[in-house]
Each structure stands twice: as structure tokens, then as C-alpha cells.
Design a protein around this ligand. Sequence first.
Ligand code: ADP
Ligand code: MG
Length: 314
Amino acid sequence: MIEINNLVKNYGAKFAVDDISFKVEKGEIVGFLGPNGAGKSTTMNILTGYLSSTSGEAKVGGIDILENPYEAKKLIGFLPEQPPLYVDMTVDEYLNFVYEVKNCKLNRRKHLEEVRQVTKIDDVKNRLIKNLSKGYRQRVGIAQALVGNPPVIIFDEPTVGLDPKQIIEIRNLIRNLGKTHTVILSTHILSEVQAICDRVVIINEGKIIADEKTENITRAVEDNRRYSVKICGPQREVLSALKSINGVLSAEVTGERELDSYTYRVEAERGVDIRKPIFFAMSEKDWPIIGMEAVNMNLEEVFIRIMDGSLSKQ
Ligand code: ADP
Ligand code: MG
């Protein structure tokens, strides 16, 4: 449904996008994951025809966006990083305006009502956009993307700036859209792709460094378990006791201290559950464990693992 081949975009000597290729099949929800400045927005803006590429091709539904922008754009609903809202319009006026700009042929009243219901903005349809909360504005942004019922939906960082409740609502909305649409969304948050996407394309400094099913990424992130353990006892002795436990790969003090306890970061060898051995080793010495929690990898660590090959591309 979407095909990007050897896409390049440079600004002078700076390569915002540096030879990117990937495909998205019909019905997939793909997360485009990378830190700020990785090239996510640039790629999405090229894919949606907002920006020209330096070289390479981008196709939607088999149509080249450069050769036939009008036909290609009809297949795409786009929520840019900064949604193009006219804040002096009411929600209803704005959606009618979008309907006309897109030259939509669907039954106007029925279609716009459907779009408002899907995005849950029906109750604010007569409000001025400038008086809406950030969460509602984002929904209006999503609603404009859905006008015309395009089969492909592209969202650039759809949950940035929202509060936790709004984030959950928007994620649910996107997951539901994914049942009937092909979706690409960009994010710099690993847990966001884990919550929404079937597949993850990871981009860093303009290059794709991984293209994986989400479940593989999740397994890799959780596989090499690390724990943050709070233990009461003499720091150096506790540390050397932790290091001598079978299955412990490494242990270090985090610097956190609370009364007579210190927090240790302990990493287990692959596939070994070290929680019980830690408990028994500490209880033997009468050093109480007063806290233990798993620490998952963050995006930067996932990157490092991919780069050094320990998280394979497969
Ligand atoms: P992301 O969306 O992943 O945060 P962007 O695609 O916005 O990343 O940007 C990728 C890189 O290209 C960044 O280093 C950014 O500074 C640079 N860049 C983006 N737009 C321009 C521009 N118009 N002129 C020069 N550099 C740009
Ligand atoms: Mg961006």
C-alpha cells in the first residue's frame, strides 16, 4: 500500500533522510520510531506530498506521489506535526471547509457526522476551535485527516503534548482506525509503538536501523532483564555479594541512598531469572531487600543493542 525506495532528502551537507526504503502492506499499523531529528517528519512530509525529495521514490497505492500527486493524495489522510487548524472556525465549519478542499463526493451530512462520531467531537461541533483543549484539537486534526475516507492514514507524533488520559484516548482511536485503514504513525516513544503498532520501523540520523514486528522488539526489550534492587546493608559487601550470584551479569550502585539502604542496578544473563537467587543471597547475610523492580530498556538502549548487533535485525 505504501512503498518508499531509496528516499533521500538533504539540506546542503545535512542528510535529513539518507537512503530510506520500506513497505507497508494493506491493513498494517506501522510505527515510525526515532528520536527528535531522526528524519520522521521529513519522510512523512515527502510521503504525503508536502515536501519534495532529493532523490528516490514514494508510492501510495502504487501511485507515485511526485508523478501523480493529486491521485496519490486522495488515498491519504495526513495529520502533520502541526495540524492545519483554522482556529477562528467552529469544528463544523472547519470540517465543511476540509470537505470542500478535498473535493469530497460522499454524502456530506452523513459523512461528516460519521467522522465526528468516530473521533468523538460531535459534542463540540459548534465550538470555535480556538476554545478547545489540546486533546480536542488533536481529535479535530484527526477528523480532518479522515474526511473523504482515505484508505491510508499518516499521523506525525499524534500524542505529543497531550495529557495521559488524552494519550490513552487517542491511542485507542488510532487502534480502532487501524482495523479498517492502513496506518503509519511516528513517535519518539517506544511504549507508544508497543501499545498501538503491529510493526516498528526504527530510524536514526536519517537511516533505518531496524524493521521488526513489534512483538520481537518487545521480547528483545524485556529479554535481558535488569532490576533495580534496594538493599539495606554495607554497600561494598552487598555489591560484591550481588556480583557473585550465579546468573548475574553485572551489578552497580546507582547512587541512590535512603537511610541504610542503597539502590543497585543488577543485570541478569539472558534467560535467567535472578530474583530468587538475589533474595536468598541477601537473606543469608541478613541484608533486607526493601524494593525490587524490573527496568526495561529505553529507546536509546534499544538503539545501542541494534547498533552492536545484540538485537538482531532478522
Ligand atoms: P524528526 O521528525 O524525526 O524529529 P525531522 O524530519 O523533522 O526529524 O528532521 C530531520 C533532520 O533534518 C533534523 O536534523 C532537522 O534539523 C533537519 N531539517 C529538517 N528540516 C530542515 C530544513 N528545512 N532545513 C534544514 N534542516 C532541516
Ligand atoms: Mg518530527
